[in-house]
Structure formats: structure tokens, C-alpha cells
Design a protein around this ligand. Structure first.
Ligand code: COA
Length: 150
């Protein structure tokens, strides 16, 4: 079913731009809302703004000559408005392809964008290891996925 008109309008108004160092506190706050922690630079990150407010971001980390999406987050109040999809397509067009280890129900979000299951063996070993030792492995149900642009 099509999204209500108000949701589509919100996605059209989302402005996507490269992140800068001043964005990092807002990026960390978005992550913390989903128990995601860690520190990294703004390099490789893009943010989505609606009416000047940062409401989502996505980060690409290169490993083994492969662009990994690590992570993508949209604020709860802005979810379901096409912002995650816009961030995903922006990075796919920029990088040509993306690999991600999807968490929980997010697998359907990626499937909608054309991602398909890939082999765990293809995943950068340290990233694979993060899942193996993660205490949430059972409930998270991580699935390696990849997609190519176009
Ligand atoms: C996953 C996430 C980034 C999606 O962002 P979003 O802005 O809400 O997604 P969109 O509105 O762009 O949705 C795009 C499509 O995916 C679908 N979708 C989004 N989240 C979904 C979910 N959890 N389950 C099923 N479908 C979903 C939407 O219905 C939409 O479908 P359509 O193209 O047919 O309309 C967001 O829910 C989020 O930040 N979740 C918490 C953090 C997280 O889990 N990140 C992913 C880690 S792997």
C-alpha cells in the first residue's frame, strides 16, 4: 500500500549531505537510542536533515575493498517516511554496491531496496566475529546482505 501523502512529503524534504565533525554528538545520540555504541570520524558518514534537524545518518566503512554499511539509523519519530531508503540509495549510487549485516526485522527494509542474502564467508572476518561474540546473537538473527546500484 502507498505511504500516506504526508509521509512522502517528509521524505522529499529530507536533505542528505556529508556529515561533519559538528554532527557527531547527534549521530552518537541516534545510535545510543538503539544500544549502538562506538566512536568514529565523520568521514564516510552522510546525514539526513528535515527542516534543519538531523534525523538520520548512515556510515560506510571500507574493508577488503568492500563498502560496508555500518550502521544506518533514522530517529524513531521520523521512521516510515522514506528517509532510510533515501540514505540507502544515496550511498548505493555513490559506492556502486553495499554490504550490510542486517539486524532483526531490518532485513525487510533491505529487501525492499533490492538487497539479497550473501555468504557469511564473504564478510570481512572481524565484522563476522563481532556477531559471533555478540550477546544478542540469538535474538538479533544477523543476516549478511549485499546490493549493487541500479
Ligand atoms: C531500519 C531503518 C533505518 C529504516 O528506516 P526508515 O526511514 O524507517 O525506512 P523507510 O521509511 O525508508 O522504509 C523503506 C521501506 O522499507 C520498509 N521498512 C522499513 N523498516 C522496516 C521494518 N523494520 N520492517 C519491515 N519493513 C520495513 C518500509 O515499509 C518501506 O517500504 P516501501 O519502500 O515499500 O514503502 C529504521 O527503522 C531504523 O533506524 N531502525 C533502528 C536502527 C536499525 O535497526 N538499523 C539497521 C541496522 S542493520
Amino acid at each position: 500500500m502507498d505511504a500516506p501523502r504526508s509521509e512522502k512529503v517528509a521524505a522529499q524534504k529530507a536533505h542528505i549531505r556529508p556529515a561533519c565533525s559538528q554532527d557527531m554528538p547527534a549521530i552518537y545520540a541516534l545510535m545510543a537510542a538503539y544500544d549502538m555504541f562506538g566512536e568514529f570520524s565523520a568521514e564516510g558518514c552522510v546525514v539526513a536533515e528535515v527542516n534543519g534537524r538531523l534525523c538520520g545518518f548512515a556510515r560506510v566503512e571500507e574493508a577488503d575493498n568492500t563498502p560496508y554499511l555500518r550502521p544506518i539509523v533514522v530517529s524513531r519519530q521520523n521512521q516510515g517516511q522514506g528517509i532510510g531508503k533515501a540514505l540507502l540509495h544515496h550511498l548505493l549510487n555513490q559506492k556502486g554496491r553495499l554490504v550490510v549485516i542486517s539486524r532483526g526485522s531490518a532485513v525487510r527494509f533491505y529487501a525492499q531496496a533490492g538487497f539479497e542474502t550473501t555468504d557469511w564467508e564473504q564478510i570481512h572476518p572481524p565484522f563476522r566475529h563481532e556477531c559471533v561474540v555478540c550477546p544478542e546473537l540469538e535474538t538479533c538473527n544477523p543476516i549478511p546482505l549485499s546490493a549493487a546500484a541500479g
